[in-house]
Design a protein around this ligand. Sequence first.
Ligand code: NAD
Length: 494
Amino acid sequence: MPAKSKRPTARELLFGDLWEFDPAPESAPAHIESRYGLFIGGRMVEPKSKRHFNSISPRDGSVLSRIAHANAADVDAAYRAAAAAFRPWSRLPGHERGKYLFRIARLLQDRAREFAVAESLDGGKPIRESRDFDLPVAAAHFFYHAGWADKLAYVAPGRSLAPLGVIGQVIPWNFPLLMLAWKIAPALATGNTVVIKPAETTSITAMKFASILQDAGLPPGVVNIVTGAGDTGAAVVNHPLAAKIAFTGSTEVGKSIQHALAGTGKRLTLELGGKAANIVFDDAPPDQAVEGIINGIFFNQGHVCCAGSRLLVQEDIADEIVARLKRRMAVLRVGDPLDKNTDVGAINSKEQLARIRSLVKSGVDEGAVIHQCACRLPAKGYYFPPTLFTGVTQSQRIAREEIFGPVLSILTFRTPDEAVEKANNTAYGLSAGVWTDKGSRILMMASRLKAGVVWANTYNKFDPSSPFGGYKESGFGREGGKHGLLDYALLVPR
Ligand code: NAD
């Protein structure tokens, strides 16, 4: 059907809340312990800080576990364990290191269902996503890097890769296990050892991952996991034994880390926020584009650094696309993350829900037109209805700031030049999407968009062999692919 055709006049069949679905709860046990210590030197130890905090499930606000709050002395113990493990680990032949990574990947696959349930309980994402995306892609990262471990002499012509030493890593809450895999797999493949800190609201799969490391027989100290809040993260970043810091999180904290590391000689990679433009031209196939827009913004409740949160749609099809989006949103199922029917789960934390609400309020106050789906939200837990804004201008906060929630801001353009101008008019530069029938236009747009990743006629596709990373305030350095390996190594003559 041509993009500009009128809406069909036939009556719509809307299935949303008119038909009650039978609940389809995922029932596998998550095996979450009531209390976790720290994983240092290959075993679980009590924190020297003697402090723990509650890990809350956003699904219903219940307490899932007690997580250790590591202090500087705990972080120091983790670094010493990693430093002691570095020499023997880095001297292992690559194929031996690879065997451990293969083992970790296979163990993750074996326990994928249990981990998926734990991830959805702890973070709020729909079980369909943790089962079909987070777990398989996390395992794929270990498989991919296992393959590289004995081929480090073939990454760059005439040179080989040598490890840096102990790597300090700090990760966010939106893809807890996947971000851990993105960080640990390349670091270990290149012969480094690791101290990693998960985010405070989502530490559970990281602590469960410690048992996988034990089952894989990974030598003690090669990976150390310390939990806690920003102060623990700062202790990881500022420890003198760190050869490199790899940080994924907000631009604000990323900037403070860059300041703190200036002049220390430590290497740094930053994977930060984003405000991606998803650009739809009037020759795009409308059904696929609408699915791509929905996936681009509502995947993982919009808690995605590369979320297509700014829709730029060509003016002559804007009404048509907005109408189709509203119809599609009406049948999204929002609710229990553990129900296999759920499309949009729980917002990760009370704090994040408050932030989303305040940015949405700013959109209304600044004059944009709000549309929310009329879905029934669960009475308990943290939920927000999928939302879109029309009549958005470039200066409004909802067009400039990362909302990190299920909120789409829609702007229009007339010409390709205007689309590029508006897409690049942001402090960020992590990702973008282009929807068009013309291959030449895809290439033209991809070369002009200032974004680390540009998806064409698709969105949110990830592969361990494809480097991911940003421009401008979205950070620097790459994760995945050969480029990601280079960020964990020195190039040395072969
Ligand atoms: P955040 O920056 O608040 O926290 C990230 C991590 O840093 C957490 O583990 C936190 O405890 C720790 N931290 C907080 N203060 C610190 C400090 N002063 N020093 C060291 N560590 C500190 O971010 P968040 O809210 O957890 O995550 C959301 C952000 O992450 C979004 O901006 C999102 O775009 C970004 N993100 C980026 C990517 C990417 O690949 N570019 C991927 C996922 C998330």
